[in-house]
Every structure is written in structure tokens, then in C-alpha cells.
Design a protein around this ligand. Sequence first.
Ligand code: CA
Length: 249
Amino acid sequence: MQWEWAARTDTGLRRSRNEDSYLVRPDKRLYAVADGMGGHAAGDVASRMAVELLDRHFTDAPARGAPAAEVGASLRAAAEEANRAILARGIAEPEKLGMGTTLTALSPLCPEAAVVIAHIGDSRAYRLRRSELAQLTVDHTWVQRQMEEGKLTLKQARRHPLSSVLTRVLGTPELEGIDVIVSDVEPGDLIMLCSDGLTSMVDDADLRAILLGDVPLDELTGNLVEAANLRGGLDNVTVILLRALDGAE
Ligand code: CA
């Protein structure tokens, strides 16, 4: 499987800073989106640390053709390193105390036709296969938990005042689970990693309609950012698109 990719980040219309970070390392088979939080400009520090430390600590497992379990373990270990470092910096620099970040990281396997995702927070991974859009990650949010318990509908959750409250992030002393997800891929599949600045503005039906657009990937990322901004652009938006192409590497 070969891959083509495009990535874009945008501050949006209401925020003065962009606290999202992303990583694109096709040579290492590593892609990631992180969305930071914390006062005094600490959010962008946390998200940048997350992607830099992920990059530094992720092994060459996928380049060696390692199986999904090994690649997943390496993604998780790298994310745990980032967690420790973000926490330590928050303690050392009190104005950054309590900073945190989401992280959704993806590694395409080879020769296996699959991707491995490590995920914590409310950034998301999606897969568009033919015309069907599937969310591959589950949000670590209070409203998601309420939905799972049948206490909120999707519609209520989207409009809930606590919709952005996270139950898991990087930067915490007792790190709760980082999800590791394996998804098969077929030629033509489109994988999207994005921050909640996209998904809080654009619902899945509209995302699907945009992703089905027959335009180059870079133009698709622009269309996604534009859609978020047309709906208010309340938050920073970051998106990475990966298209699985037919053909051996
Ligand atoms: Ca955000």
C-alpha cells in the first residue's frame, strides 16, 4: 500500500492563538494531531511537546515490518513518555501547571494493509471507505460517557455546555488508558486525523459530503477548514488526510 497525504492547521476565526500541533513523518510512518489546553499559552507548548516527543520516542517498528501489536506498543510507550515530560514541565514551570493535550497518532503498517492508532482525548480518526464514513476513535469526554450510559443523545451532546470537558489527556499524574486501535485499509480508503475544532463545527454528514469531493487532497483539507470557519470557526482546526493507493511500496 502506498500513501499520499496532506495536512493543514488554521487558527479559526475566534482564537488569538493556535494551540493545535501536528506531525507528518511519512519516512517514519508516523502522523499525529494534538490539541493543547492550559492557560498562559501553555496549550501550544503541551501539544508541541506531545508531537515532538512522540516523534523522538517512536521506534522504527513499522519500517521493519513489525506486526500491529508491536507498533501499537511503541506508539503507546512514546505517548507515555510525552505524558511524563508534559507533567514534569508543568511542575517545573508553575505558570504551565495543569497544561495538557490530546493526541491521536497513526502509523500505517507494511506489508499488512492496516493502520495502528494510539489515541487519548477528543481529537479523532475517521475512515472514509467508498461512501461510508466511520469514526475509528472514541472521544474521551464527559458527554461521550453520558451518551454511552444513555443519558444524552448525540444531538444533546453536541450542544451541551460541557461538550469539551475531557476525561483523559496527556499531562496527568495518573495517566488513564491510551486507546490503541487497529483498522484494516483498502486501496482508495481515506483516513482523516483531526482536532475537535473541525468536528465541533462540522457534523459527520457534512464531513462525509466534503470528503467525497473529487479534488486533490490538499484542496480537501482547505475545504474542511473552510467549512469549520463558515460555521463560526470557534476553535483551532487541524486536519491530516491520508489516501491509501493501490500498488506496492
Ligand atoms: Ca480544540
